[in-house]
Design a protein around this ligand. Structure first.
Ligand code: R5P
Length: 286
């Protein structure tokens, strides 16, 4: 049985269809005081797959996820595979300043405590996050699906990572698309402000693809696109795995002159055109 939380209903339905499994309905709403109600409405089976991204509203989606997992366990489900396509709180995976909560680790502990037996995630922000778990964690890369989507649509592409952190993704995408890649140097000033150093990259006559794992405020991509425009880029396509897209991030990105933005459906957005349902279904089969 497959259960989709509020944040991932469509993706869960697609995964259920791929696997030819029952999609178990849930009933969930908020009480007038803001607390969440949850009821599992389908037949209980021995094994359950719960799919829920924990993007905005992160805390509500997390609480709902804990309620689903714990309720399934108490109703007698033996094995619970939890799929968190976008793992919220993943960017606070260490103590950057003394006294800070290591939020990613705390969420990991709570997922295990609730009763998750195996975890499936797509492109975690930091790979070391898997060390926070004592259960098997399967990290899936969406980059081959992004490559497949772009295949044949671009003439003479070059892949650009907008910061060093995205270099692995750029390299993976460039290998799959059989083209060159490069990266820009970025410094984060605050959660909302980033600075990117200009760099001389030969992109003359090429289709430029900027790839990142997350687009949040859009600042990283806007800076990169401005630099690439100054270098004479004719066409700029932006690709990301997790379209967090805070407020008007997407509008700012288009206003900076990019031609198109594509993302996967780990999170719902106007640009979530690459469905990872087949990829997640395959990972669950193994
Ligand atoms: C940072 O390390 C991530 O890979 C992204 O570059 C970052 O989250 C993007 O944030 P924003 O869209 O707010 O610049």
């Amino acid at each position: 049985m497959i259960i989709g939380g509020s944040a991932s209903q469509k993706l869960a339905a697609k995964v259920a269809a791929e696997l030819n499994e029952n999609l178990c309905p849930i009933e969930t709403f908020k009480f007038p005081d803001g607390e969440r109600y949850l009821r599992i409405r389908g037949e209980i089976e021995e094994e359950a797959v719960v799919i829920q991204s924990t993007g905005f509203p992160q805390d509500e989606n997390l609480i709902e996820l804990f309620l689903i997992i714990k309720t399934l366990k108490s109703l007698g489900v033996k094995t619970i595979k939890t799929v968190i396509p976008y793992f919220g709180y993943g960017r606070q995976e260490k103590r950057f300043k003394s006294g800070e909560a290591i939020s990613a680790q705390i969420i990991a502990n709570l997922l295990e405590l609730a009763g998750t037996n195996q975890l499936f995630c797509v492109n975690l922000h930091e790979n070391n996050m898997t060390n926070f778990f004592n259960i098997p964690v399967h990290e899936i890369s969406a980059i081959p699906f992004i490559a497949q989507y772009l295949e044949g649509t671009l003439e003479d592409p070059i892949i650009i990572a907008p910061d060093k952190g995205a270099l692995d993704h750029a390299q993976e995408l460039a290998n799959l698309m059989n083209c060159d890649f490069d990266y820009l140097e970025k410094i984060r000033i605050s959660p909302e402000v980033v600075e990117t150093k200009p760099k001389n990259i030969n992109i003359h006559g090429k289709s430029t693809v900027i790839i990142d794992d997350i687009i949040s405020t859009g600042g990283t991509i806007v800076n990169a696109s401005k630099i690439l425009k100054n270098l004479g880029a004719e066409k700029i396509i932006v690709a990301c795995v997790h379209p967090v897209m805070v407020d008007d991030a997407l509008i700012k990105i288009f206003a900076s002159g990019v031609d198109d933005v594509i993302a996967t459906d780990t999170l719902r957005s106007d640009v979530s055109v690459v469905s990872l349902a087949p990829l997640i279904a395959d990972a669950l089969k193994k």
